[in-house]
Design a binder for this molecule. Structure first.
Ligand code: GRF
Length: 201
């Protein structure tokens, strides 16, 4: 049985697209049943529509974080979601929501975690002068970008890189890493146990 997956977005949705494309393979263990955007102008909503996937807008405006999260939670449960993928979702989730989806909530971050958590990642990587960056998919825990890593891949930083050129190189890796990580979790090969990402026996 394929796992029912929901994807949360706020913008462009290129990672959503990589998941949509991967999920077309008959042997992919997950099916995208819902896309939620907190912004009505997110380009990713069109990607969902084109793919024939149910999509809805849950705006964060004018409500508390808890109320916003409760609305998303209700939409996720109504759609029968079993796993949730954050893909360029730009809101911080409440502890209650994160705990409610513990072990079933993934995020992609454009750095080699635990390095460079947070925002302005590529700018900060270049400022630091490191030779490598990367992409990471991790289980979401209440602390931002701090959850156990499911999969990650190194990406070289080239001399003369700009935040844009580095972002593009990292993004190309993100697009294969997220489907691969989702596959591992959906197949039960990696799971969250006592705060660690563990491989199944
Ligand atoms: C990606 O770089 C992702 O790692 C980060 O935000 C960006 C989203 O891009 N969290 P997209 O909306 O998936 O194109």
């Amino acid at each position: 049985m394929k796992k029912q997956v929901a994807v949360l977005i706020s913008g462009r949705g290129s990672n959503l697209q990589s998941l949509i494309d991967a999920a077309r393979a008959p042997d992919f263990p997950a099916r995208i049943v819902l896309v939620i955007s907190n912004r009505e102008d997110a380009a990713g909503l069109q990607r969902a529509k084109t793919a024939g996937i149910a999509a809805c807008i849950v705006s964060h405006r004018g409500k508390t974080r808890e109320a916003f999260d409760a609305e998303m939670d209700a939409a996720l449960r109504a759609a029968g979601a079993e796993l949730v993928c954050l893909a360029g979702f730009m809101r911080i989730l409440s502890d209650g929501f994160v705990r409610g989806w513990e072990g079933r909530l993934l995020n992609i971050h454009p750095s080699l975690l635990p390095d460079f958590k947070g925002t302005r990642v590529h700018e900060r990587v270049l400022e630091a002068g490191v030779s490598h960056s990367g992409a990471s998919v991790h289980f979401v825990v209440p602390e931002l970008d701090a959850g156990p890593v499911v999969a990650q891949e190194k990406v070289p930083v080239h001399p003369g890189d700009t935040p844009e050129s580095l972002a593009a190189r990292v993004l190309a890796v993100e697009h294969r890493l997220y489907p691969a990580a989702l596959r591992l979790v959906a197949e039960g090969k990696v799971r969250l146990e006592k705060g660690f990402a563990v491989l199944a026996d």
